[in-house]
Design a protein. Structure first.
Ligand code: NAP
Length: 323
C-alpha cells in the first residue's frame, strides 16, 4: 500500500508518500481498499502542529474514506469482501488501504459516489450533530451560515434546507456563494463588502434564529447581533485564525445563547453515540434528501497541493484524494 506520512510538524510540503505491505485485519477489523479520502481543514492544522490535539509522529492524516472491503478479520460478519463502504478512520485515510473496526465501515449510501461520500462525512456529521444534539433546528427557522462555501458551511446549508429552514449564506467569493445557492440557500451575503448584521436582519425579515460559524474573526460579532430574541449562535471553528471575543451583553439582550459544537470530541468520548450518528448520516444520505456536492479530486501524491488550496482559502466546497 501507499500512504502519505507526516514525520515532523511543519509545512504541508514536508509530507512524503511511502510504500509498505498491506496490513492484515485483526479480529473485528476490515481492510478497505481506498477509492477516495476526504481532505479537510483540520488535516492541515494537524500536519502543521496547530490543532488542539497533537498526534504522535509519524502519522497519516485523513479521517474519512470510501472504498471497497478487501479483507475481513476474525469474527466479522458484515461488511463482506467486495462491499463498498464509507468509513471514519480517525487518522490514516490518506492511503491506498486502511484498517477499520468493522462497526466503523457503513455501507456506501446508494446514489452517492465514493468521492462525494468520503468528502462529505466530516462536515455533514458535524452539522447533523449540531442540528440534532446541540441546537435542534425548527422548520421555518432562519439560519445564517458563515463560510458557507466551505466544507462545514455547505453541509450546514444543505442539512438546514433539508430540515425546512430558510438559509442565508455568507461567503467571500462569487464561486462560494453560488455553491451555497446550489446547496439550498435562499439568499447570499458577500461579507467582504456587505454589513453582515444589517443584511442578515434585512434578508431574515428582522433577524435570524441561528448563526452557524465555522470561521470566527471579524464577522462573528455582527452575526451575533443579527440574532432575534432567543436566537442561537453556534461556534464551530476558527478558520480565519482569529478566535472572536463576543460581548456577553449581547447574549443577555434578547435572551440569545452561544453554543459550542465539537463533534469529534463527542464521538471520541462516546464511540457508541458517534457510531449511531454515522449510521443516521448514512440513512440521511441514502434517503437522498441532502445532496453533498462532488469534490475536486487530487492524486495521493498531490496531498500537499490540496491542503495548500484549503489553507490559502482557495477551495470551494470539498477536496478529496484518489489513491
Ligand atoms: N466543531 C467541529 O466539530 C468541527 C468539525 C469540523 C471542522 N471544524 C472546524 O470548522 C472550521 C471550518 O472547517 P471547513 O472544513 O469548513 O473548512 P473549509 O472547507 O476550508 O472552509 C472554511 C471557510 O472559512 C473561510 N475562511 C475565512 N478566513 C479564512 C482563512 N484565513 N483561511 C481559510 N478559510 C478561511 C473561507 O470562506 P470565505 O472565503 O467565504 O470566508 C472557507 O471557505 C475549521 O476551523 C475546522 O477546524 C469544526
Amino acid at each position: 500500500m501507499r500512504r502519505v506520512v507526516c514525520r515532523e510538524f511543519g509545512p504541508v510540503e514536508k509530507l512524503v508518500v511511502e510504500e509498505e505491505p498491506d496490513p492484515e485485519p485483526g479480529p473485528g477489523e476490515v481492510l478497505v481498499s481506498v477509492r477516495t479520502a476526504g481532505v479537510s481543514f483540520v488535516d492541515g492544522l494537524l500536519v502543521r502542529g496547530g490543532y488542539q490535539v497533537k498526534p504522535e509522529l509519524p502519522f497519516t492524516p485523513g479521517m474519512a474514506v470510501a472504498g471497497d472491503v478487501a479483507a475481513v478479520g476474525k469474527g466479522v460478519t458484515a461488511p463482506a469482501v467486495g462491499d463498498p463502504v464509507l468509513g471514519l478512520c480517525g487518522r490514516a485515510g490518506y492511503a491506498s488501504a486502511v484498517l477499520l473496526p468493522a462497526a466503523s465501515a457503513v455501507p456506501l449510501p446508494s446514489g452517492l459516489s465514493y468521492e462525494a461520500a468520503a468528502a462529505c462525512v466530516e462536515g455533514y456529521s458535524t452539522m447533523l450533530f449540531a442540528f440534532t444534539r446541540r441546537a435542534p433546528l425548527n422548520p421555518g427557522d432562519v439560519v445564517l451560515v458563515l463560510g458557507a462555501g466551505g466544507g462545514v458551511g455547505l453541509a450546514a446549508v444543505d442539512i438546514a434546507h433539508n430540515r425546512g429552514a430558510r438559509v442565508i449564506a455568507a461567503a467571500s467569493t462569487a464561486d462560494k456563494r453560488e455553491a451555497a445557492l446550489a446547496a439550498g440557500a435562499e439568499a447570499v451575503i458577500d461579507y467582504t463588502n456587505e454589513d453582515v448584521k444589517l443584511r442578515a436582519r434585512e434578508l431574515g425579515g428582522g433577524g435570524v434564529d441561528m448563526v452557524v460559524d465555522p470561521v470566527g474573526g471579524d464577522h462573528a460579532e455582527p452575526a451575533l447581533r443579527a440574532l432575534r430574541p432567543f436566537g442561537r449562535y453556534l461556534v464551530l471553528g476558527f478558520a480565519s485564525g482569529t478566535i472572536p471575543r463576543l460581548p456577553a451583553n449581547h447574549t443577555l439582550l434578547m435572551n440569545r445563547s452561544i453554543i459550542g459544537v465539537d463533534w469529534g470530541d463527542w464521538g471520541r468520548r462516546d464511540p457508541a453515540a458517534g457510531a449511531a450518528l454515522t449510521r443516521e448520516l448514512a440513512d440521511l444520505l441514502a434517503a437522498g434528501g441532502v445532496r453533498p456536492p462532488e469534490p475536486s479530486t487530487y492524486p495521493l501524491e498531490r496531498a500537499a497541493e490540496a491542503l495548500t488550496a484549503i489553507i490559502e482559502r482557495r477551495a470551494t466546497g470539498k477536496l478529496a484524494l484518489t489513491p
